[in-house]
Ligand binder design. Sequence first.
Ligand code: FAD
Length: 342
Amino acid sequence: MTDTKDFSDYKGVWVFIEQLDGDLTRTTLSLEMLGEGRKLADKLGTELVAFLLGHNVKKLAEELVHYGADKVLLADDPALANYRTGHYTDIICKEALERKPDILLVGASPVGRDLAPRISYRLHTGCTADCTLLDIDEEKKILVSTRPAFGGNVMATILCPDHRPQMSTVRPGVMEVPQKDMARKGEVIDLKVSVDDAKDPVKVLSSRKREHSGINIQEAERIVAVGMGAGDTHTFAKLEELAKELDAHIGGTRPVVEACLITHDCQIGQTGKTVRPELYIACGISGTVQHTTGMSGAKTIVAINKDANAEIFNFAHYGIVGDASKIVPALIEQIRSAKAVN
Ligand code: FAD
């Protein structure tokens, strides 16, 4: 069946760009996808297209080129200022039907998770959700999407050989933000969009910023992560002290969130955030796959656990076996002495 379909008209790797209040850097996911999209486009010898929707966002188009896009499809309209499922789906699908992209990447953010299934349904194609790895099958020249399955116990590799565009949503924090190249040149295409707000059954009456810890843990350079083995009041207070000494953010495992020690936006792992800090101190964390999937990309991992056989030590660059309630105060003391000497 695959052999009978001719997809030679379908070209280009598209990336749906998310911006917040006209700012690309407040969520790095779109930039991460541009970096990955660039690699896929180069392997296919095709163009990388950034699809940007919003209001007063034209200034971002050039930046997208600097981050690797060859072309920017720009839909700028007051009705697109806030994300609207119907309008965004209509515009992207209209362009996709006309321009025929080979691949379409969308972020696995709350917006992307709402938008991507609508697009894939409308275009009669598949969508691999929550991918952690993307590649091109050299022989068949098709997208190879990999994502954790069965609670993260296996990695599933998924192809979409019979439909176009091949769609995937991409987990935040898994791929690297590319270097900005100010010398890159690209084309910006102003799309003529006609958005009939009156026909939209959804009306945005007001919007309010969600309350959270105020910390974007994905941008932290250093993280002190708390697990159930360090969740008692005394050790937790010491970990906060350690974080302060290191100018680090506090993150943690899901049970620690469930115990209300930290907020959900600081949960790291499969159902939390994926982080790639310079330093990750995992304290009293067993190291289940649901947690390590969100932190294994950290540059330096230090694990503290009283169980020498804990799985977390298989991910750690440095391991300390012992009771966290004793080790953490000792670490703080060492850091303070080192600071005093310097
Ligand atoms: P535990 O597994 O209980 O480990 C505690 C560790 O502390 C042990 O290794 C123990 O040896 C050590 N310890 C105990 N006392 C001390 C001490 N005094 N000093 C030093 N070490 C000590 N989890 C996440 O973290 N993030 C997710 O996003 C996530 N998503 C999930 C999604 C699904 C669908 C499911 C089913 C689970 C998910 N989980 C997630 C939960 C995950 O499976 C584990 O239960 C969780 O990560 C374990 O947390 P923990 O390491 O804090 O606790």
